[in-house]
Ligand binder design. Structure first.
Ligand code: ADP
Ligand code: MG
Length: 697
């Protein structure tokens, strides 16, 4: 048995290591910078760097890297060794405070949406002191934020930290009004549940579409999919179990709280959930989780697929972003309290979220928009593209009673009046029944379920933090001026719920009637990435982000461009891959099969006599007919790809990709899948859906 408490965090330069290895004064100064964001003096940084290096070298590290999160959605790293020449022609291991605090990677090849061109080609990485450094594969990793020479954010981390500050600032204003004087900070906490697929590596390597695009671009439906519901929470196969065990241990070493693991709904689909932590650390750890999922899979002769929809016809993968806000003194502000005062405070924070989600539903949709997630949202398995909130029956009844000015009776005993009586606690059992909701209240947190499995969770949490900060700001502005605090809180809760209750929906989000009903309620239904993204640069969005110092206008525009560009590039690669596979795999297979059938047919006929040739004739006829359809659709797609060069706006370009390339691929796929069902297996050189989905035994 391994000593897990000792293993946990063993590769992290965490608080315990700092305390043990840093002089007292330096440790104190560092902690102050961490908790209050004060400036870190260079002499302090020098001592910290040297202690970090000694610790890392003892653990076998030879290099360090500034680890950052550019807008590719993944992470970036460039490794520098600790070696410095000494006078005698030898080397010593050295690491300066300057190298710890700031790096200057050549940033010109990262997406910047035109930002860097207007400024400088240089980018800076700056140590994110609130996220611990760690060792992975012999390198000391220093989590950093990445920005341009003039301070524009070029990454996901910087705006995330800014949004955390925004919600902190506004929530503290509210707490002070409620008489809370001891909380110094309010942090957003996140627990991201990560879904993923594992298939045998040998299968993976035979599918160029999986290698280049992360998803299968074609594949006939297997005889068995997820209909028996026998995979969800099913017993873990030994190979999967060994993989998960190693993944857990590696994550624990890095200080990530890997907690829950299980099989998911689709065959070959699994999930890992950590214990929640503050939003920036959860983001770092989720990036590490995705990286390790992939690299450890390779060691086990498996391939990990993080795409939102690797296989059609079975569930895709998402990330449930569990979100709450809590004080540094440990009070979860979305947890109903034990006193009337806490109860009023809870209701105020609750309606702040309801208002935020209703007013900025479009921005939440933007935060989960990508070519990959378009396959998932609204596809009858994941939440639809319509944003709504599940509150659960009990809480909805309470809110309705407040709205109607009536008294809520809980099991005939408890009465509800804001600020007067105690709210019932909402157990998970009563709140978590609806799995179809895109945004569900689950007792003491909200679960945002629209996030795609391959996403950085920074984006969705930037949105959540900022929109909730805005509601809280408006409330605080009113409450700071009022003479009747209690009365004003009650009236805000009532009015806010009344004005925004259209966003609350406890029913089945997959039902078609909901789409109609949502439209009646005036909720938006931004079906695709291209429908959603323009909301990002709307006046309302820009004002919001500017007001809270989360994004400048220039930063928003650059991100908008990057997202559109990524959409087009993704589809472009998919189209080229598909064309290549159809020409190099599908057509030859069908031609060879037809050839053999034709030869047999000829032979039979040459023999004279009365051989029955109906099978050959029938099959040949069917495949020949499909083949000519295939050629037509292939040509249409090829022409669309050639046409796509135009110098129009980014949005027009992306719209073309959705309407012509995406549609063209879907169209081509239907014929390919039909051909696959007719052509004998020995001609089909790529693994089938059945083989891939059931490849691990
Ligand atoms: P499930 O949704 O699968 O039933 P849980 O409700 O137990 O599972 O938790 C899901 C995730 O929510 C976990 O990552 C957990 O740590 C996280 N979580 C629990 N409480 C909070 C909270 N207050 N804030 C943010 N995340 C939380
Ligand atoms: Mg969940």
């Amino acid at each position: 048995m391994k000593d897990i408490p000792n293993l946990f965090g063993s590769m992290v330069f965490n608080d315990a290591v700092m305390k043990a290895r840093l002089p007292k004064e330096v440790y104190k100064a560092l902690k102050k910078t961490m908790s209050q964001g004060t400036h870190l003096e260079l002499d302090v940084a020098n001592v910290v760097a040297s202690a970090m290096k000694d610790w890392a070298v003892e653990k076998g590290a030879t290099h360090f890297t500034h680890w950052f999160q550019p807008m590719t959605g993944t992470t970036a790293e460039k490794h520098d060794s600790f070696i410095e020449p000494d006078d005698g022609g030898q080397v010593i291991m050295a690491f300066s405070g300057k190298a710890l605090v700031k790096g200057e990677p050549d940033a010109s090849s990262f997406p910047s949406g035109g930002l860097r061109a207007t400024f400088e080609a240089r980018g800076y990485t700056v140590w994110d002191i609130t996220s611990y450094a760690f060792i992975k594969d012999g390198t000391l990793y220093i989590p950093t934020a990445f920005c341009s020479y003039s301070g524009e954010a070029l990454d996901m981390k910087t705006p995330l930290l800014r949004s955390m500050e925004a919600v902190d600032k506004q929530a503290i204003r509210i707490l002070r009004l409620f008489g809370n004087t001891d909380a110094k900070r309010v942090m957003s906490s996140v627990g991201p549940e990560q879904e993923y697929f594992l298939i045998d590596k040998e299968m993976y390597l035979k599918r160029p579409d999986l290698i280049y695009t992360g998803r299968t671009l074609f594949g006939a439906r297997p005889p068995k999919g997820q209909e028996l519901e026998d995979h969800y929470f099913g017993c873990l196969k030994p190979r999967i179990s060994a993989y998960m065990k190693e993944l857990d241990e590696e994550l624990w070493k890095l200080g990530a709280y890997a907690k829950t693991k299980h099989n998911e709904v689709s065959p070959a689909q699994h999930e890992l959930a950590p214990i929640f932590s503050s939003a920036n650390i959860a983001t770092d750890h989720n990036q590490l989780t995705m990286e390790l999922m992939k690299s450890i899979a390779t060691k086990h002769d498996l391939a990990c697929l993080l795409h939102e929809k690797p296989f059609a016809g079975v569930n895709g993968s998402g990330k449930h972003n569990n979100w709450s806000i809590a004080t540094d003194t440990g009070i979860n502000l979305l947890e109903p309290g034990d006193t009337p005062n806490e109860n009023a405070q809870f209701l105020l924070f609750l309606v702040a979220v309801i208002k935020a989600v209703d007013e900025y539903q479009d921005l939440l949709r933007v935060s989960v928009a990508s070519a990959g997630n378009d396959h998932r949202l609204g596809a009858n398995e994941a939440p639809p593209a319509i944003v709504s909130i599940f509150l659960g029956e009990e809480l909805t009844a309470i809110m309705e009673a407040i709205d109607a000015g009536t008294v809520y009776k809980d099991k005939g005993k408890e009465q509800m009046e804001i600020g007067v009586t105690v709210l019932p606690h909402f157990s998970k059992d009563t709140t978590d029944r609806n799995r179809t909701s895109p945004f569900a209240f689950t007792g003491n947190k909200f679960e945002f379920r629209m996030v795609g499995s391959s996403f950085s969770i920074a984006g969705p949490n930037i949105m959540l933090n900022t929109i909730v900060a805005e509601s809280l700001r408006q409330f605080a502005d009113i409450l700071e001026k009022t003479k009747d605090f209690k009365g004003e809180v009650a009236s805000i809760v009532k009015k806010t719920f009344h004005d925004h209750k259209r966003i609350v929906f406890n029913g089945n989000n997959y039902a078609e009637e909901w789409t109609v009903e949502a439209q009646k309620r005036g909720l938006s239904n931004l079906r695709t990435t291209i429908d959603a993204l323009p909301e990002f640069i709307s006046k309302k969005g820009i004002e919001l982000f500017k007001k809270h110092g989360v994004y400048s206008e220039v930063e928003i525009h650059s991100r908008y461009e990057i997202l559109l560009e990524a959409y087009c590039k993704t589809l472009h690669i998919e189209a080229l891959t598909m064309i290549d596979m159809v020409k190099g795999i599908v057509i030859p297979a069908s031609v060879d099969y037809q050839n053999d059938l034709a030869k047999l047919l000829q032979k039979k006929k040459a023999c004279g006599g009365d051989y029955d040739v109906s099978l050959e004739e029938n099959l040949l006829g069917k495949i020949a007919k499909l083949s000519s359809g295939l050629l037509k659709k292939l040509t249409t797609l090829e022409n669309a790809v050639l046409e796509s060069k135009g110098g129009e706006s980014a949005l027009a370009h992306a719209t073309f990709y959705r309407d012509k390339i995406f549609a063209g691929m879907a169209d081509l796929r239907t014929v390919v899948d039909e051909i696959e069902t007719l052509v004998a297996k020995k001609y089909w050189s790529v693994p089938t859906y059945a083989e891939m989905l059931f490849s691990v035994n």
